[in-house]
Design a protein around this ligand. Sequence first.
Ligand code: ZN
Length: 148
Amino acid sequence: MSELQELYQQVILDHNKNPRNFKSLPHAEHKAEGYNPLCGDRVTVYLHLEDGKVKEAAFEGKGCAISTASASMMTEAVKGKSLEEAKALFEKFHDLVTGKTASSGELGKLAVFAGVREFPMRVKCATLAWHTMNAALENRDEPVTTEE
Ligand code: ZN
C-alpha cells in the first residue's frame, strides 16, 4: 500500500469515528441539505459567519465513512475562511477528487481524498458535503443532490 493510501485510510477512519463539528448550529445563518442517492448519504451543513468569514461550521447527517469523514474535514477546512476563499477551496477540492488537476497545493490534509478519483461512485460521497457547503453559502433552499 502506498503512503498516500495508508494516510487516506487513517484519516478516513479517524474522522468517521470521531467526526469534528458534528452538531447542529441553531444560530447558523447559512444552512443547506445534501443528498447523495447513489450511496444514501445525507448531510446538513451549517455555517455561522462573522465579519464575512466562517466563524463556525458544523454538520449533521448519516452516511458512509467517506461522506462523514469528508464533511468533518470540510468543516475544519472552511473555518476562518471568507466566502470567496471557501468557494475557491471547494473548487480546488472538486478538481482534485474528480481528477481535473493532480495538484493538491493548498489543500493540506484534504489531499488524501485524491485517492477517490479512481472510484467514481466515491467521488460523490467525498464531494457531497462540499456541494452542500457551497449551497449553504448561497442560501439555496432546494436540497442539493449529487445527481444533477
Ligand atoms: Zn457514500
